[in-house]
Each structure stands twice: as structure tokens, then as C-alpha cells.
Design a protein around this ligand. Structure first.
Ligand code: HEC
Ligand code: HEC
Ligand code: HEC
Ligand code: HEC
Length: 170
């Protein structure tokens, strides 16, 4: 099974390696976030082929030009295109906001909540979690606008500690 093909003229997903070729600094920051290891988290508990897990631990799951349970080689983990949208057109002709091949930059809270649901991320807080996603080499202006405050990593660690660790029987 493969994800459906994109409609004619629409972008498909290309994978973070291609983005990193031009956005090395952003990619370096991303590689240090939990999003970059989300697939390994499933592999560690042998759940990478479990339909009730994989959709939120890969990029572009079942989206046009995206990933499937097995056919996801370049799209494992939560990559750039999960937030910025499929990038094939932007990669072919890179442009910035306002132009035809610009890529999405807004990443609103609803996007996060597709995966950061109450069942799977009960410590989720948009501003706090964005503090980890962004940094000095990834959206520094937006990061500065968030100011000081708790990070997603801190909220999650405190939540898991209070619950006595993650669910062992998942
Ligand atoms: C061949 C080089 C190249 C590749 C590959 C590339 N980009 Fe870009 N990207 C650019 C250029 C050039 C700009 C415009 C920068 C500017 O003018 O400030 C840009 C801008 C952006 C912006 C800012 C958009 C804005 O409107 O400010 C984002 C976000 C972005 N790219 C994400 C990605 C992602 C995600 C990928 C992988 C799917 C990717 N890029 C692949 C060259 C590239
Ligand atoms: C609705 C989307 C979704 C589904 C389905 C999902 N996960 Fe996750 N998972 C997440 C998110 C989001 C996080 C990050 C939680 C946080 O940091 O707030 C996460 C984190 C984890 C973690 C790290 C520990 C933790 O709780 O922070 C493990 C382990 C995990 N998931 C395993 C699984 C397994 C196994 C399945 C299938 C039974 C699964 N996930 C299904 C979204 C999902
Ligand atoms: C979890 C969501 C998320 C992921 C994953 C993500 N980004 Fe971003 N990115 C954002 C947000 C939010 C911004 C800030 C946009 C703004 O200025 O409001 C941003 C900004 C950017 C910018 C513009 C930087 C600037 O300062 O104007 C580039 C380029 C970019 N990201 C590239 C990437 C690349 C390349 C990857 C993967 C290696 C990636 N992003 C992964 C959410 C994400
Ligand atoms: C496609 C699903 C998906 C989307 C969309 C998504 N995430 Fe995540 N996120 C995850 C998963 C899965 C994890 C857990 C990774 C792991 O630990 O293996 C996670 C972990 C995180 C963590 C790490 C928390 C910790 O425990 O340190 C932060 C921060 C985070 N996400 C922020 C965001 C923000 C902000 C957005 C929206 C801009 C977003 N995420 C969108 C799936 C997603």
C-alpha cells in the first residue's frame, strides 16, 4: 500500500534530507528535538507496523504524496513537512512567502493537536511546546516572541514523573 498520489500540480512529500541540503541550520536544530526520534520510539517497542500507532509517529500519513505503514522510508519521524506542508514544488523552485512556490510557515495549534491529543499528550500546551520546536537557528524571531516560560520537555517530564512513568502496556 502506498499513500494516494497528489492531484496534478499539487506538491508531494520529499523528506527532510532534501530540505537539509538548503536549510542546514534549521535541520540541525530539528535533529535535536524529540520529533526526530519519533519513529525509533515505536521501533524500540516493536510497534512500528501497528496501525494504532504509526500514523502519529511518521510524516504525511495517508496524505496525498505522503506515507503509509510500510512505504515510509524517507518520511519516518515528525519531519519539516509535517508542519511546513509537502515541499516538492518549493524544492524544485524555492521561493518565499507571497510567491507561488512558498511553503507554509504558520503551524497553528490545530496542526499540533492532530497528534498532540488529550489521549496521547495530556501535557500539551502550544506556547510551551513551540519553545522546543523553535530555537536560535529555527524561526528565531518567533521563538523570541514566545519569551521565557516552561518548555514542552519540562511539562512532559513532570507529567510522566507524576504518573509514575509512561504506559507500560501500550
Ligand atoms: C534548493 C534549496 C532549497 C530547498 C531544497 C528547500 N528550500 Fe526552503 N527555501 C529556500 C529559499 C531560497 C527560501 C527563501 C529564502 C528567503 O528568500 O529568505 C526558502 C524558504 C523557506 C522557508 C521560509 C518561507 C518564508 O516564506 O519565509 C521555509 C519554512 C522553508 N524554506 C522550508 C523548506 C522545507 C520544509 C524544505 C524541504 C521540503 C525546503 N525548504 C527545501 C531554498 C530551499
Ligand atoms: C494521536 C496520535 C498518536 C498515536 C495514535 C500514538 N501516539 Fe505515541 N505519541 C504521540 C505524541 C503527540 C507523543 C508526545 C507526547 C508529549 O510529549 O506530550 C507521543 C509519545 C509517545 C511515547 C513517548 C513517551 C511519552 O508518552 O511521552 C511513546 C513510547 C509512544 N508515543 C508510543 C506509542 C505507541 C506504542 C502507540 C500505539 C499504541 C502510539 N504511541 C500511538 C502521538 C500519538
Ligand atoms: C513542529 C513543527 C515544525 C517542524 C517539524 C519544523 N518546523 Fe520549521 N518552522 C516552524 C514554525 C512554527 C516556524 C516559525 C514560523 C514563523 O515565523 O512564524 C518555522 C520556521 C522555519 C523557517 C523560517 C525561519 C525564519 O526564521 O524565518 C524555515 C526555513 C524552516 N522552519 C525550516 C524547517 C526545516 C528545514 C525543518 C526540518 C528539518 C523544519 N523547519 C521543521 C515549525 C516547524
Ligand atoms: C504527526 C504527528 C505530530 C504533529 C502534527 C506534531 N507532533 Fe509533536 N510529537 C509527536 C510525537 C509522536 C512526539 C513524541 C516523539 C517521541 O518522543 O518519540 C512528539 C513530541 C513533541 C515534543 C517533545 C515533548 C517532550 O517530551 O520533550 C514537542 C515539544 C512537540 N512534539 C511539539 C509539537 C508542536 C508545537 C507541534 C505543532 C506545531 C507538533 N509537535 C506537531 C507528533 C506530532
Amino acid at each position: 500500500m502506498r499513500a494516494p498520489a497528489p492531484a496534478k500540480g499539487e506538491a508531494s512529500y520529499v523528506g527532510a534530507e532534501q530540505c537539509a541540503a538548503c536549510h542546514a541550520d534549521e535541520a540541525e536544530h530539528w535533529a535535536k528535538t524529540r520529533h526526530a526520534d519519533a519513529y525509533k520510539t515505536l521501533v524500540d517497542v516493536n510497534k512500528q507496523f501497528d496501525l494504532s500507532c504509526v500514523g502519529c509517529h511518521v510524516t504525511g500519513f495517508r496524505a496525498p504524496g505522503g506515507s503509509e505503514v510500510v512505504e515510509n522510508a524517507a518520511l519516518q519521524n515528525i519531519q519539516c513537512e509535517q508542519c511546513h506542508g509537502p515541499g516538492s514544488l518549493h524544492v524544485a523552485v524555492p521561493e518565499k512567502r507571497g510567491k507561488a512556490n512558498a511553503i507554509r510557515t504558520d503551524a497553528p495549534v490545530e496542526l499540533c493537536q492532530q497528534c498532540h491529543s488529550p489521549e496521547h499528550s495530556d501535557t500539551f500546551d502550544y506556547a510551551a511546546y513551540l519553545r522546543d520546536v523553535l530555537g536560535p537557528t529555527h524561526g528565531p524571531e518567533r521563538r523570541a516572541a514566545l519569551g521565557e516560560g516552561p518548555t514542552g520537555r519540562e511539562l512532559r517530564a513532570a507529567g510522566l514523573a507524576a504518573a509514575g512513568g509512561g504506559c507500560k502496556k501500550m
